[in-house]
Unconditional design. Sequence first.
Length: 613
Amino acid sequence: MLDTTIARVQNLRVEFQTKDGPVVGVQDVSFEIRSGETVCVVGESGSGKSVSSLSLMRLVEFGGGEIADGKLLFDRKEGGETDLAKTGGDLMRTIRGNEIGMIFQEPMTALNPVFTVGRQLTEGLRLHKGMSKADAEARALDLLRQVRIPEPERRLKQFPHELSGGMRQRVVIAMALACEPRLLIADEPTTALDVTIQAEILALMDRLKRETGTAVMFITHDMAVVAQMADRVVVMFRGNKVEEGSVEDIFENPQHPYTKALLAAVPKLGEMRGTELPEPMRLMGSDAGQIAPIKGTDEVLLSVRNLVTRFPVKGGFFRRTVANVHATEDISFDLNRGQTLSLVGESGCGKSTAGRSILRLVEPQSGHISLDGQDVMALNPDDLRKVRQDMQMIFQDPFASLNPQMQLADAVSEPMRNFGTHSGAEMTKRVEMLFDRVELPRSFMRRYPHELSGGQRQRIAIARALALNPKLIIADEAVSALDVSVQAQVLNLMMELQAEMGLSFLFISHDMAVVERVSHHVGVMYLGRIVEIGPRSAVFENPQHPYTRSLMKAVPIADPRQRKSEKDLNFKPIPSPIFPVGHEPEPSRYEDVAPGHKVLLGDWGGFERDGLT
């Protein structure tokens, strides 16, 4: 069973027709995937890794591509080997979803916003497996339990927009696994996920692969994930395969300069031991020594006290409020001028809500927010608008936060037009300066968002946030969907700007290695509360709360000899943050472990602290 080759890609060449003639997306690539094996295809955006997977699904044609040459041989359950490159549309529809499953990178685009999760999960089962409605629903429930979604019965009735990013991605994985495919193609399936959910999903895919003998083609740019998952690794660069080998060979003895550079750009947890201040990343072919570690000041810029934000849950015939989601519950912290405070935690822990509540994009229930001495909670809409010049936000998905019909120069100058800070030639000059600052060529000013890569779009979002010279920037997962090397460049850019302009960052992230790189202080959030907060070195080198420890344990290590097994990852499912109306939780009480290092007392969501040394 084990040595059957499920899929063979031979001399694949894919071309895209553009106004300037054909562009080659993949050039003469060959590799094979055997039953029960995980082949990781790595490389940065634009290296052709997704194009090769879309060719196997024959979806590349729908994106304007064409398979110009090569064979895609696939071993079907019944009917032997088939060349997918020559297969007709009807047969491809039978194979897609049934024999080849695909997990896409962006779960919101892979799910239909107008159908419930249950309807989308059962659709493939009824179509391909001919199941009755009741059987399909039972199987759908079982799949949601397999991917560890809390309260699965409720989720089946919900729509995609009602789920967090991590939950949506788990639904997409459940859909891909529904028909037990022979080949599973996972295109960056954990890019936008938390460490713990990523660890669980990787362990889940690994277990399913062992149990069912499914072959997995895993596309990623995260080398730590490769170390955790791969049996073999194919490294791609600019449409070509530059190296292939077993996972140990690639990590311990990389041959190609590109592979070496890719491994060097990975931020590793624990690299910053013994240092107090954030330091820039070492980048491919550049010396990051220009930026000295950033000290910042001891002057408090942003002070948050006892912040509570809740969202009503409507129900019943009259759509009355029947319960509240306690998104942030009694959180307090200070952020100093010119420094970075990171909030880390899993999706749904309230870190993004905390960021939005500070800007009052979401109205908090109670609490005090003071920015540079001004009481943000007491401001009327007009004064709040004025204060917004001092605080800006960089969102997780730059494509969703940029207007697709606006040229980039207009997108960056829009805040200045809105607030009337600059006009005419002065504004043009400032936009040019901002493009230079984020290291984008000025020729990009006439482009539109869809003409840029993810990393370039994120730079535009940073340029736009800087347009009004803010004092505080809230970066909500600003680098989570970027390639390793692009991520390193964007982080270095943010640190450079901090050093020069004295910016303060509230950095919201789930990537512990990145947080360790950029932070002065770290707050760990769980179920709407900060469970541990303190200087970065204290929290990372001496974690006190059991939740902080379990987060650290979940971070994949870029070393194939230190893999995590499923039994190491005994995460408790996160309890529901929904409470009936009138429920008043206890206030947060903290114990001082060291100067500035505090840990939450009491039992929150099953994490007892008693008896812990």
